[in-house]
Design a protein around this ligand. Structure first.
Ligand code: TXA
Ligand code: MG
Length: 317
C-alpha cells in the first residue's frame, strides 16, 4: 500500500477532538484510542470510507467490523438489543465488551461493515476521549484495531504511526490504552457464545448470565483475521509456556522470573494485559531472535493474553 498521506497527529484537547470528528464525518480514516487498543475509525454509514479501512490495513478480505457508539441509547438506530443482549449491554457498557446483534432492517450502516451478514458487532467504549470523539462525530464509527493486517495491535499512538503513517488521515493521541487487549466478543446463537476472549473477563460475563458461557468451537469457520490462527504476529518465532530459556532465546516473563521484559513481575494479569502488545512491539523492534514466554494462568484476563499469544506463536503461512 502506498504511503502518500500526511498523517495528522492530533492531541487530547478541544481542537484535536473537533478535527478528528470533522475528518470522520468527511469520510477520512482517523485512529482513536479506546480502553482496549487503538481503533482505525471510519464513518460506518459511508461505503467508501469503510472500504478504505481494508485498503489501509492491507486486509485481504472484507471482514465484518465493530461499530463504535457513544452510548447504549444510540444502539437502537442501527441494531436490536433485546433480552440477554439488553441485560449485558446495561451491565457492561461502556466497557470492553462487543455484542453481535441483529442489524436493524433498512438501517443506515454500510453493508461492508457487517460483510453482508444479518448481524453487526457493536461496542460502547469506556475511554473518555473515544466517547468525546464519537459524540462530536455524530456518526457511528466502524473500527478494527489500527494495525496493518496480521501485525501486532497498537496500544499507543506511536504504534499506530509506525504501522499506518501515510495511509490514514490522522491519529488522535490519548496515551497508552489501559486494558491493552481487544474487547471480549459475545454472540447469540441463539444462546450466548464467546466468540473472542478479551478485555472483559469471561468470569464477569458468566456471573451476569448466571450460567457458563459456551465457547465457539475451533472448527467453526469465521473468515476474519481476529479468528485466523496466525495473527498478532511479531517477526520472531515464539515458544509458549516456557519453564526455562533455551540458548539464543529472549524471555518474555511473567511472575517472579529474571527477564529483561516482564509482563508483570508480581503476577498481576491486568498489568500483564496492559503491557502485552507494547512489549511485543518492543521485541519486534529489537530483532528476530526467538522469544520464550513464561506460563500465564488461563483465568481472568489470562484467557485473552493466552489467546493472543497462541495466535502470535502459530505457524505462519
Ligand atoms: O477492542 C476491540 O474490539 C478493538 C477496538 C478498536 O474496539 N477492535 C477490534 O476490531 O478488535 P477487529 O476488527 O480487530 O476485530 C473485530 C472482530 C473480528 O474478528 C470479527 O470476526 C468480529 O469482530 N465480528 C465483527 N462483526 C461480526 C459479526 N457480525 N459476527 C461475528 N463476528 C463479528
Ligand atoms: Mg485486530
Amino acid at each position: 500500500v502506498e504511503r502518500e498521506l500526511k498523517t495528522e497527529h492530533l492531541q487530547d484537547n478541544a481542537g484535536g477532538i473537533s478535527r478528528a470528528a470533522e475528518l470522520l464525518r468527511a469520510g477520512a480514516l482517523v485512529s482513536f484510542p479506546t480502553e482496549t487498543v487503538y481503533g482505525l475509525g471510519a464513518n460506518a454509514t459511508d461505503d467508501r470510507a469503510v472500504a478504505r479501512i481494508f485498503e489501509a490495513k492491507g486486509r485481504p478480505h472484507f471482514n465484518p467490523l465493530i461499530v463504535h457508539l457513544p452510548s447504549v441509547d444510540a444502539v437502537s438506530e442501527y441494531a436490536e438489543l433485546s433480552g440477554i443482549t439488553h441485560d449485558l449491554a446495561h451491565a457492561f457498557w461502556p466497557g470492553p465488551l462487543t455484542l453481535v446483534l441483529p442489524l436493524k432492517p433498512n438501517g443506515p450502516l454500510s453493508a461492508l461493515v457487517s460483510a453482508g451478514l444479518p448481524t453487526v458487532a457493536v461496542r460502547v467504549p469506556a475511554h473518555a476521549l473515544a466517547q468525546k470523539v464519537l459524540e462530536a462525530a455524530g456518526v457511528p464509527v466502524a473500527a478494527p484495531s489500527a494495525n496493518p493486517s496480521g501485525r501486532i495491535s497498537p496500544s499507543t499512538a506511536q504504534h499506530v504511526l509506525d504501522g499506518l503513517s501515510g495511509r490514514i488521515e490522522a491519529v488522535l493521541d490519548g496515551g497508552p490504552c489501559g486494558v491493552g487487549v481487544e474487547s471480549t466478543i459475545v454472540g447469540i446463537e441463539p444462546t450466548p457464545v464467546l466468540l473472542r476472549p478479551g478485555g472483559l473477563p469471561v468470569e464477569a460475563l458468566e456471573a451476569a448470565l448466571g450460567a457458563p458461557l459456551a465457547v465457539r468451537g475451533d472448527g467453526a469457520a469465521i473468515n476474519a483475521p481476529g479468528q485466523m490462527t496466525s495473527h498478532y504476529a511479531p517477526n520472531a518465532q515464539m515458544r509458549l509456556n516456557a519453564e526455562r530459556v533455551l540458548e539464543g532465546e529472549r524471555l518474555l516473563g511473567f511472575g517472579p522470573v529474571d527477564a529483561a521484559l516482564n509482563l508483570s513481575p508480581s503476577g498481576d494479569l491486568v498489568e500483564a494485559a496492559a503491557n502485552l502488545f507494547g512489549f511485543l512491539h518492543r521485541l519486534d523492534a529489537e530483532g528476530d531472535a526467538p522469544i520464550a514466554v513464561s506460563p500465564i494462568p488461563d483465568h481472568g484476563l489470562g484467557r485473552a493474553i493466552n489467546d493472543r499469544l497462541r495466535r502470535a506463536a502459530a505457524p505462519r503461512d
